[in-house]
Ligand binder design. Structure first.
Ligand code: HH2
Length: 251
């Protein structure tokens, strides 16, 4: 899954793809590099990010979704039902939902749904997050979401432990370490570690655009520990890494 943030303020690529034509060109470039899904988002969910009005988010994402949908699978990364609904009407076939609440939109549109775990909201989530048992609590949350969505009639339900969403570096590492337990919930697992701040913290404070090694290492770890899809900014190296560990080894 290639990340396409049509935002001025995303933590690693904010402002680069705000122009719709440039965003579409970058989406197509990621497809050429090996992405199977392009995840279009119009609101940053980085810690402390300000919410974006619905009309602004719609204006950012809809032209990009519509232009990419004939060429690739498109997911819509949003917390707003109206944005998800409009993006599905424009051709998105997966609702990537960091709020884990939008399953009715996916059910109505007969598309897939990603339920991600988050503690609190982006504005507050990194203020001293605490868990007694982070893996157990995240798994229990996701299991409940899967049950609700399936009962609501969605065939394609994904789960995502929400790396960096209301979690310390230790929580993120615990979730990656026990990713197989997330996979045992019986839904395909999506994992997003790409360029996230815990990778900077683990590598001496590397800035967001200098976290490729950590992004790749954790993507490979995720792919070999139960993830069916990884959400990445750097598609070409991630696709090469995936090919190296799966296809070349199998051959
Ligand atoms: N991470 C981000 C956004 N959406 N969706 C899922 N399912 N899983 C994730 O881990 C995830 C996500 C945050 O990364 P990014 O889009 O690069 O930044 P921003 O939120 O600042 O736009």
């Amino acid at each position: 899954m290639g990340v396409l943030n049509v935002t001025p303020d995303s933590f690693s690529d904010g402002g680069r793809w705000l122009d719709a034509d440039r965003a579409v060109a970058h989406g197509l470039e990621m497809v050429a590099e090996g992405a199977d899904v392009i995840d279009v988002g119009g609101e940053s969910t980085r810690p402390g990010a300000d919410p974006v009005p619905e009309a602004v988010e719609l204006a950012r994402v809809l032209p990009v979704v519509a232009a990419l949908a004939p060429h690739t699978r498109v997911s819509i990364d949003t917390r707003k039902a109206a944005v998800a609904e409009a993006a599905v009407a424009a051709g998105a076939t997966l609702v990537n939902d960091v709020s884990a609440t939008l399953w009715p939109v996916a059910a109505a549109g007969r598309v897939g749904w990603v339920a991600m775990h988050m503690r609190g909201s982006p504005a507050t989530m990194q203020r001293d997050p605490r868990y007694d048992d982070v893996v157990g609590e995240v798994c229990a949350f996701l299991a409940e979401r899967v049950e609700v969505a399936r009962a609501g009639g969605i065939d394609e339900v994904w789960v995502d432990p929400g790396i960096g969403f209301g979690k310390t570096a230790g929580h993120n590492l615990a979730l990656l370490h026990s990713l197989r337990r997330v996979a045992e919930l019986g839904a395909p697992v999506l994992v997003g570690t790409s360029r996230k701040s815990f990778l900077g913290a683990l590598s001496g404070g590397a800035p967001a655009d200098d976290r490729l090694e950590g992004s790749l290492a954790t993507a490979v770890w995720a792919m070999t520990h139960g993830a069916a899809m990884v959400r990445v900014h750097d598609v070409a190296p991630a696709a090469r890494a995936a090919q190296l560990i799966f296809e070349d080894v199998a051959a």
